[in-house]
Design a protein around this ligand. Structure first.
Ligand SMILES: NC(=O)C1=CN([C@@H]2O[C@H](COP(=O)(O)OP(=O)(O)OC[C@H]3O[C@@H](n4cnc5c(N)ncnc54)[C@H](OP(=O)(O)O)[C@@H]3O)[C@@H](O)[C@H]2O)C=CC1
Ligand SMILES: O=C(O)C1=N[C@H](C(=O)O)C[C@H](O)C1
Length: 249
């Protein structure tokens, strides 16, 4: 059984990871709030993460927190020589560079979305955008009202795939007199209720519309994917890995 530490253990995804851990064992969690345990899992402050990784003999860290917290724990993973699965989204350029630096020393796998459906959606997006070359593109995502980053990490990763196929400029919402330019892609983020995560790419020609969409119905899908990634990552060489490496394995 993989011995896992969960960063962001007091959060929505932290709880989902504890619940999904049947083939692995969550032995410790990290969070800043003054909480001793979550579902029987001891909670340690991220500042003490390196010592805890050793004390609890952790095989891999699964992270769903905030960028600053993820970076603190990435540095602890480097210090303790423990692989890390990063699920947190919303890193800036400097944060991404620091994760990259960490991956020089430890195996680090980062994914904006740990569902298998999104992996397939990314392939379909590439094919559709590459084939329907002159169709207008619009990208939409919807999440729960507690999500802090926008657009979602998944929407940004879909946009990155699109931009590998086509030279389009994102326009983040429209207001007032805003006619559509030929080379633009509208990107829209909605926040409401407890929606787990919905993504849709619309490709519109003059007489037809193709819509590619995905809806996560339970956080357990992300938690299970991240735990699979953690088990897969143990024993790998230091480096940067993607969820596709796990799904294709
Ligand atoms: N890749 C994927 O498949 C998915 C990614 N996500 C991403 O995961 C992240 C978390 O989402 P969610 O669980 O909904 O968010 P929550 O707000 O519910 O949880 C965030 C957690 O981070 C903790 N935290 C805050 N500051 C720090 C810190 N400095 N160090 C360590 N932990 C800290 C919080 O606890 P405390 O305040 O006690 O420190 C809390 O436990 C988001 O970036 C989200 O986009 C979400 C779902 C799927
Ligand atoms: O915050 C969330 O909830 C989610 N975040 C990820 C993202 O930003 O893409 C993945 C998923 O959509 C849920």
């Amino acid at each position: 059984m993989t011995r896992v530490a969960v960063n962001g253990v007091t959060g929505q995804m932290g709880g989902a990871v504890i619940e999904a851990a049947t083939d692995s064992e969550v032995v410790v969690g990290f969070a800043t709030s003054d909480t001793d345990t979550v579902d029987g899992v001891p909670v340690v402050h991220p500042a003490d993460a390196a010592a805890a990784l050793r004390e609890y003999d952790v095989d891999a860290v699964v992270d769903f927190a905030i960028p600053d917290g993820a970076l603190t724990v990435a540095e602890a993973c480097v210090e303790a020589g423990v692989p890390m699965v990063v699920g947190t989204t919303g890193f800036d350029e400097d944060g991404m560079a620091r994760l990259n630096d960490a991956s020089d020393s430890i195996p680090l796998l980062k994914a904006a979305n740990f569902s298998q459906g999104i992996q397939v959606l990314q392939r379909l997006v590439r094919e559709a955008v590459g084939t329907l070359e002159d169709y207008d593109l619009e990208l939409m995502e919807t999440h729960h009202n507690r999500k802090v980053d926008a657009p979602s990490g998944t929407a940004n990763s879909i946009l990155a795939v699109i931009q590998e196929e086509r030279d389009v400029e994102p326009v983040y919402g429209r207001e007032g007199h805003a006619p559509r330019e030929e080379d633009e892609i509208g990107v829209f983020a909605r926040r409401a209720g407890d929606i787990r995560g919905e993504h849709e790419l619309v490709l519109a020609g003059n007489d037809e519309v193709l819509s590619l969409s995905h809806r996560a119905e339970d956080r357990g899908v992300f938690a299970a994917g991240a735990l699979d990634a953690a088990t897969w990552l143990v024993g790998r060489d230091a480096g940067w890995y993607a969820f596709g490496d796990v799904v294709d394995a």
